[in-house]
Design a protein around this ligand. Structure first.
Ligand SMILES: NC(=O)c1ccc[n+]([C@@H]2O[C@H](COP(=O)([O-])OP(=O)(O)OC[C@H]3O[C@@H](n4cnc5c(N)ncnc54)[C@H](O)[C@@H]3O)[C@@H](O)[C@H]2O)c1
Length: 264
């Protein structure tokens, strides 16, 4: 068990990647605080964890709101006495480009994707510093690494990467680590609006991926487990793409060049 006796908060854990992380962490021995802005979703994840013999606590908190985040940290401490791991996973897609997104949607998107990482980290860091151990794993995106559209979401994810790097520098001396995962396309409910417009979207995206498939929530959960565990004790400030090779280069261009230079 790689997280035995650890207490982990996972935000946005009522669906998709967050749910997979919460379930895997629980299987590895962690007591998991399962947050979601929709309490019913958090409760469903907790029931899945308990049915598998794990230990978890559901909390309904909107991580873009200060009071809700402070209350979540307080409930976690009241329930389990300490916080060893924080996974900042909650996010929403914001959709339109800068000529079409309105100001209120821009602000709301950034609050959930970026400000939440500041609020949640701020809530747990004092305890981690005092106990001289802690691991923060942020879930950003390949959208934070390069231009792929969805400007507000992508700019916020780039901010998450930089914030992670600065946390790694500032709190390393207290044995608090901060790392960030950048997933590529992962099959989760966040894609529902695009799937409704284009039911073939996943099939159309597969040719961009050197490993020949899009990702599943468990692909990200396994990376988060490693970064949260003591196996990564000397790893901090790392930006880890979990993306089937997408960020290794332009696979489509490489394949087209390969077709014209057979011996290359
Ligand atoms: N699925 C992908 O292709 C993909 C790719 C790159 C990055 N990501 C990132 O992975 C993370 C998880 O995404 P997912 O695909 O599992 O999405 P999802 O929509 O399946 O799950 C997100 C969960 O977060 C919750 N949530 C949203 N806003 C919240 C808030 N303010 N407070 C608390 N909970 C909130 C939602 O209710 C939902 O249950 C996100 O950070 C997302 O940006 C996903």
């Amino acid at each position: 068990m790689r997280l035995k006796d650890k207490v982990a908060i996972v935000t946005g854990a009522g669906s998709g990647i967050g749910q997979a992380i919460a379930e895997l962490f629980a299987r590895e021995g962690a007591r998991v605080v399962v947050d979601d802005r929709y309490g019913g979703r958090a409760q469903e994840t907790v029931e899945r964890i308990k049915a598998a013999g794990g230990e978890a606590l559901a909390i309904e908190a909107d991580v873009s709101k200060t009071e809700a985040v402070e209350a979540m940290a307080a409930q976690a401490l009241a329930g389990y006495g300490r916080i060893d791991i924080l996974v900042n996973n909650a996010a929403v897609g914001t959709g339109d480009d800068i000529l079409h997104i309105d100001e209120a949607d821009w602000d709301a998107g950034l609050a959930v994707v970026l400000k939440s990482v500041y609020l949640c980290s701020r809530a747990v860091l004092p305890g981690m510093i005092a106990q001289k151990s802690g691991a923060i794993v942020n879930i950003a995106s390949v959208n934070g690494l390069t231009g792929l559209g969805e400007e507000a979401y992508s700019a916020a994810k780039a901010g998450v990467i930089n914030l992670t790097q600065n946390m790694a520098l500032k709190y390393g001396r207290f044995n608090v680590r901060a790392n960030v995962i950048c997933p590529g396309t992962i099959q989760t409910p966040i894609w529902q609006p695009q799937l409704e417009k284009d039911p073939q979207i996943f099939e159309r995206l597969i040719p961009w991926y050197p490993l020949g498939r899009i990702g599943q929530p468990e692909d990200v959960a396994k990376a988060a487990l490693f970064l949260a565990s003591d196996e990564a004790a000397w790893i901090t400030g790392v930006t880890l793409p979990v993306d089937g090779g997408l960020m290794a280069g332009s696979y489509r261009m490489a394949r087209e060049l390969e077709a014209v230079t057979p011996e290359g």
